[in-house]
Design a protein around this ligand. Structure first.
Ligand code: UT7
Length: 328
């Protein structure tokens, strides 16, 4: 008998109220709406309020996903938060979220796989549910990337946004669930995309702050090359693993970093853009939140229905990348 798959029981997302447009950015740095739209597809992004941290956004998204699943806080037996912008170096952001939501029967921990964090979480959840170890897993991607940005650096500050997205996963009792999932990493390229300061390598000091080592740093062009190559390859691999054909895929929900990357992946796979969900235009790159946020919107807009086959693919710091094929 085939082992039990993990399926999505509920989903939810949360984005902070404040919206920062390209026109707002034109007043802050030497950039233009035209450049940002042409190079990234982004028009606006949401920015957390001063008193909002990653766990606050994650809490809102998690609460919505539990409600959507028709469950209560007591039903959740594991909480996984994917984030690279946790509230504090420790404890895990998941522990703050656990307290906020009253998940008293859950173990809680974080995973740090950057923009691939949500797909790392799905991969892990599939294994944990298959093994029978957990039955109701809340997986949340939540980021406040705006706090990591140098708002005088036009090469990075226009790209990112703050949001959270969540799913509740449980054993599948029908044809739905995760059909195939793969994750990968290449630590030799860690310095293409990183925050060098504030950890045990370069602990926070006047020096690290003066040097701006606490800011998000990226080699955009190199990251772009690796992102396109690795995402297209791993998406093809999960499709092959599942035994399904490209024509069986109803919707591609890629990590939302850059519309040019998304278009390239769709072309490489041979999928028309009508089958690709994009919302990078309105949220920017929200890292681990981007796929669950896009899934939530796609369902709200009637683009994701029971029985649909969804292909998800992501790429991020580490470097990390991954893909998951799922029947909704
Ligand atoms: O989510 C995880 C992974 N991250 C990614 O996937 C990001 C991957 N990289 C990218 O999406 C793109 O590389 C960027 C959008 C970051 C940059 O686009 P690009 O086409 O690679 O531009 P570039 O970095 O090569 O810069 C081209 C020019 C430069 O000027 P010069 O040297 O040609 O005179 C930049 O200084 O554009 C300039 N530039 C800007 N101009 C106006 C860079 N940022 C801006 C800006 N406004 N915001």
């Amino acid at each position: 008998m085939e082992a039990t798959r993990a399926r999505v029981l509920g989903i939810g997302a949360y984005s902070p109220e404040k919206v920062l447009t390209n026109q707002d950015l034109e007043k802050m740095v030497d950039t233009s709406d035209e450049w940002i739209v042409e190079r990234t597809g982004i028009s606006e992004r949401h920015i957390a309020a001063d008193d909002e941290a990653s766990s606050d956004l994650a809490t809102q998204a998690g609460r919505r996903a539990i409600q959507d699943a028709g469950l209560t806080a007591e039903d959740i037996d594991l909480l996984i938060c994917a984030s690279v912008t946790g509230d504090m170096p420790f404890p895990a952001t998941a522990c703050f979220v656990q307290a906020n939501l009253g998940l008293k029967n859950a173990a809680a921990f974080d995973i740090a796989a950057g923009c691939t964090g949500f797909l790392y979480g799905l991969n892990l959840a599939q294994g944990l549910i298959r093994s029978g170890a957990y039955k109701r897993i809340l997986l949340i991607g939540g980021e406040v990337l705006s706090r990591t940005l140098d708002w005088t650096d036009r090469a990075t500050c226009v790209l990112l946004g703050d949001s959270a997205g969540a799913v509740v996963l449980g054993p599948a009792e029908d044809e739905s669930g995760i059909l195939a999932t793969r994750i990968a990493s290449d630590g030799t390229k860690a310095e293409l995309l990183y925050i060098p300061g504030g950890g045990s390598r370069n602990p926070a000091s006047h020096h690290t702050v003066d040097e701006g080592m606490h800011y998000f740093k990226m080699n955009g062009r190199e990251t772009f090359k690796h992102a396109t190559r690795n995402m297209a390859a791993i998406a093809k691999q999960v499709l092959a693993d599942s035994g399904l054909e490209l024509d069986d895929v109803n919707l591609l929900v890629p990590h939302q970093a850059n519309l040019r990357i998304i278009t390239y992946i769709a072309e490489q796979l041979g999928l028309p853009m009508e089958k690709v969900y994009t919302n990078v235009q309105r949220y920017g790159n929200t890292s681990s939140a981007s796929i669950p946020l896009a899934l939530t919107e796609a369902r709200e807009r009637g683009k994701l229905k029971k029985g649909d086959v969804v292909l998800m693919v992501a790429f991020g710091t580490g470097l990390t990348w991954g893909a998951t094929l799922l029947r909704w």
